[in-house]
Structure formats: C-alpha cells, structure tokens
Design a protein around this ligand. Structure first.
Ligand SMILES: Cc1cc2nc3c(=O)[nH]c(=O)nc-3n(C[C@H](O)[C@H](O)[C@H](O)COP(=O)(O)OP(=O)(O)OC[C@H]3O[C@@H](n4cnc5c(N)ncnc54)[C@H](O)[C@@H]3O)c2cc1C
Length: 438
C-alpha cells in the first residue's frame, strides 16, 4: 500500500497547480477528481471551442506535465477524509468501487458550486443555474435553449450570456453593474475580457439591464415566460414586465465547497460576501497541520487566483521558498475578489419576491409558508428551521437552499457539517476494507 507525500482532492486550476508544484519539488503526489478529466469548473473543456476558456493551453500543459509526474485519478468521487496516525486517508468511489488513498499531507482544492436564490417558478423545467447552462455548453457543446434569459448578479453572468449570445434575449443584473470605480487599476486588468463579452452581446443586440432581475418564472409544464422587475437599491420591485423565453439561467454567486475540510475540523470564517470559507495562513495551511487548501474553498476569486494559491500551497508544503512576486500577486487578486463581492452583493429585497407557496427547498418540496411556520414555532436559526420543516434534508443536503434558508432566518450561512460529502450506497460502504486500499 502506497502512502503518498501529498494527496490532492480537486483537479481544477488550484489543485493541478498545487500538485504540479509539489511533484516538481520531488514529492510523491496523487490527485483525485470526480470528473472524467482535469479542468474543474472553468476548464471544463471536452467538447467546446477554445475561446470559451481563457488560458486553456496553459492549463493543458500543466495537466500533461502533472500526468508524467504524479498519479492522476479522475472519476474518483471523494466522500470522506479522515486523520490517521501517520497522516490522512482519503476515501473515494471509482464508480461503485471504494478506493482509499493515503498521504502524509493533503491539499483540498474542491472549488465551489452555484448559489441560486428561490423565486416563484424556479422549479419549472427550463430554469437552470448560470453554471449549469455554461457546463452544458463547455462540457457537452449543448446550448441550453433558443430564447434564453440570463439573470442574477455578478460578473459571471457576462461569460455565460456571451457564450450563448446568439440565443439570449436579455441579461438582467440586479445590482448597478460595474461598481469597481474604487479599484481602477485592478479593474483595468479585466477590461479586455469584459470588452470581449460586451462586444459579443452588442453583436447580437442583446440588451443588458442593470437594477433588473427575473422575479418569477411561468409556464404549465415548462418555462414559457418570466416576470422581469425593475428594482430599487435593495432589490424591492418597482415595476414589472413579461419576457417570453424557453430557458432562464440564473446565478447569484458561488458557495465554496468545504465539506472535506470541516470533516477534518479545519477552522472556518466568512468571506466578504458572507460565505463560509476555510481559514488559511500565508502558506495556504489550514488550522489542521498538514492540511492545505487552495482556490474557491478559501474564497471565491476566479481561476487565476485559484492557480496562484495552488502554486503557493504546493511550494510551501514541499518546503520550497515561495517567491515574493507570487505572494504579491495573490494579495492583488484577493483585493480584486473582495472588490467584486462588494460591487455585487445579494440584497435582502429578494425575499419580497417569494410567495407563501414558493418552494424554498426543491428536494424536500418545502414552501416558504412551512419555513415561516417553523419560525413561529420558535425556530430562530437555519439549523432549527431545517429540523422542524426539513429544508436541506434532501438529496443535495442544502447545497441549493442553504444560503436562502440562512437569509430567511436572518443569519450568516454557517460552514457545512456533512460527515459524508457525496452520496454512497450501503453496498459500497460494506465493501470498504483494507484489501481495497491503494
Ligand atoms: C458552475 C461554475 C462555473 C464557473 N464558470 C466560470 C467561468 O466561466 N469563468 C470564470 O472565471 N470562473 C468561473 N467559475 C469560477 C471558477 O470555477 C473558478 O474561479 C475556478 O475554476 C476555481 O478553481 P478551483 O481549482 O478552485 O476549483 P474548480 O475549478 O471548481 O475545481 C474543483 C475540482 O474539485 C473537484 N471536486 C470537488 N469536490 C470533489 C470531491 N468530493 N471528490 C472529488 N473531486 C471533487 C471537482 O470535480 C472540480 O474538478 C465557475 C464556477 C462554477 C461553480
């Protein structure tokens, strides 16, 4: 049975950069990723054209170099990590087959997932997350619809709308747009990319409206039209109109994936937007010695920051001095990420879009009225609302509704406590024994 010097979970830009830096420093490295190939959310590149991914060539060179120097285990879904005498055990499923990989150090680079907000009709077929629409295009070359509305907040709406521009009938940004005036130098670095998206939208005459959002989706058995509202600063509705469409892509930011880190007891804090994040020191080390984190779990900040953090983690845990240039770059990129969070907050007025029968939790079909009943019974925070009304108890374990329920409870979202990070059958659990360990 091999014990690696480093086991990395996550094959996006941060995990690959971290694994490669450590392998180049001479460490024995294994990297596990649930996906069929390396890339993560941004470099999800199976079928789509190159221009959907800035920097794909560079990433592919890193991934090839890693493949020559480390054990890369794609198609491995990690469901738990645990401490052992000499390090850590990473428990994964390769299909139905349980696999355990051991290492003296861990780098957790598990990225983030979409953060949707509920609104009437968000459970209709044809409504999907902005990340989902992009994943369809990047991963499968499938366009989400023929008349697409993009709504939500944040700069991520732009690449999604631009990549689907020929089919997009409108982009609705709930905030005021580019509120980066206080960071002109940082914003300038992104001007070219933003201009590219703007050009794609202009070429197809796609309207881009700020202080507007979709507040309801309609249709009998699938989406046929949406209600678009003009909003005040806090996102209360000022006026509405109807837009016909067959697809709605909606996104209100991302939630860092912390499950494996909290299983190990790593300390957490909150990002500028209130999202729970793992706390790391200058070397990207968490509060648990030997456990490092990079990329979105330390705060959502984009693919470039993720790669820089991965490199810093890989060098630090290998005992290699980190160049000052890299540290300064991380500081600049983190400042930019904080500025974006400030410019695109989720404002409380979205709660006024809900009706009593609006499903807050789609898995357990919990409407707003049941959440309110739980509060009337004395539930004051998200956890007790969950125990009384069941939002977050279904298949996704609160990944989709957790943020909304916390907001409805009037509290900041808490770090997840999921002893099992991914669904695993009892049959697979039964088959786990030392003979199956690598
Ligand atoms: C849906 C979505 C779409 C995005 N699109 C863009 C975009 O177009 N442009 C942009 O600039 N940014 C985009 N982002 C943000 C972007 O993901 C990041 O900035 C960048 O990819 C972060 O890199 P990362 O290495 O931290 O994480 P990721 O790239 O997300 O990589 C994390 C990896 O960890 C793996 N993983 C997670 N949990 C497990 C587990 N339990 N077991 C095994 N493997 C696991 C995942 O399969 C994934 O490959 C997107 C984010 C999301 C969530």
């Amino acid at each position: 049975m091999t014990t690696y010097d480093l086991v990395v979970v996550g094959g996006g830009p941060s995990g690959v950069a971290g694994a490669l830096s450590a392998a180049l420093a001479g460490l024995r490295v294994a990297l596990l990723d649930a996906g069929p190939r390396l890339g993560g959310q941004y470099f999800r590149h199976s079928a789509s054209p190159q221009d959907l991914h800035h920097g794909l060539d560079r990433f592919l060179r890193q991934a090839d170099a890693l493949g020559e120097r480390a054990d890369v285990l794609t198609g491995h879904q990690v469901w738990a990590v645990s401490r052992e005498d000499e390090g850590f055990a990473v428990h994964a499923l390769a299909g139905e087959t349980p696999v355990t990989v051991r290492g003296t150090r861990l780098l957790i680079a598990t990225g983030a997932h979409d953060r949707p907000l509920p609104f009437p009709g968000w459970d209709l077929p044809g409504v999907l997350t902005a990340g989902g629409a992009q994943a369809l295009l990047k991963g499968n070359n499938v366009r989400a619809g023929r008349r697409v509305v993009v709504s939500g907040t944040g700069p991520f709406l732009l690449p999604v709308a631009a990549s689907l521009a020929a089919d997009v009938v409108g982009v609705f940004e709930a905030n005021r747009g580019l509120g980066l005036a206080r960071h002109p130098v940082l914003a300038a670095a992104k001007t070219g990319e933003a201009a590219g998206y703007g050009f794609a939208l202009a070429r197809h005459r796609v309207p881009y409206r700020t202080r507007h959002a979709v507040v309801a989706a309609h249709g009998d058995d699938r989406l046929t039209h949406v209600t678009v509202a003009k909003l005040d600063r806090d996102w209360n509705v000022l006026s509405t109109r109807t837009v016909e469409c067959d697809t709605l892509a909606t996104g209100y930011g991302f939630v860092p994936q912390l499950d494996l880190l909290t299983q190990l007891g790593c300390a957490t804090g909150h990002d500028a937007d209130g999202s729970p994040i793992v706390t790391v020191d200058a070397a990207q080390c968490t509060s648990v010695p030997g456990v490092y984190a990079a990329g979105e779990p330390t705060g959502v900040g984009g693919a470039v920051l993720a790669e820089v953090e991965g490199r810093i983690a890989g060098l630090s845990l290998s005992g290699v001095a980190v160049p000052g240039l890299l540290l300064r770059r991380r500081a600049r990129l983190r400042a930019f990420a904080a500025a974006l969070h400030e410019a695109y907050p989720v404002r409380p007025g979205w709660q006024s879009w809900l009706r009593d029968d609006t499903l807050v939790c789609r898995c357990e079909e919990v409407p707003l009225s049941r959440v309110r009943e739980a509060q009337e019974l004395g539930a004051t925070e998200a956890r007790s609302i969950k125990l009384l009304a069941r939002p977050g108890m279904g298949w996704c374990q609160g990944r989709m509704c957790g943020y909304a329920v916390s907001c409805l409870a009037g509290e900041r979202p808490q770090a997840p406590r999921r002893p099992i990070a991914q669904p695993i059958t009892l049959g697979s659990l039964e088959r786990i024994n030392d003979d199956e360990s690598r």
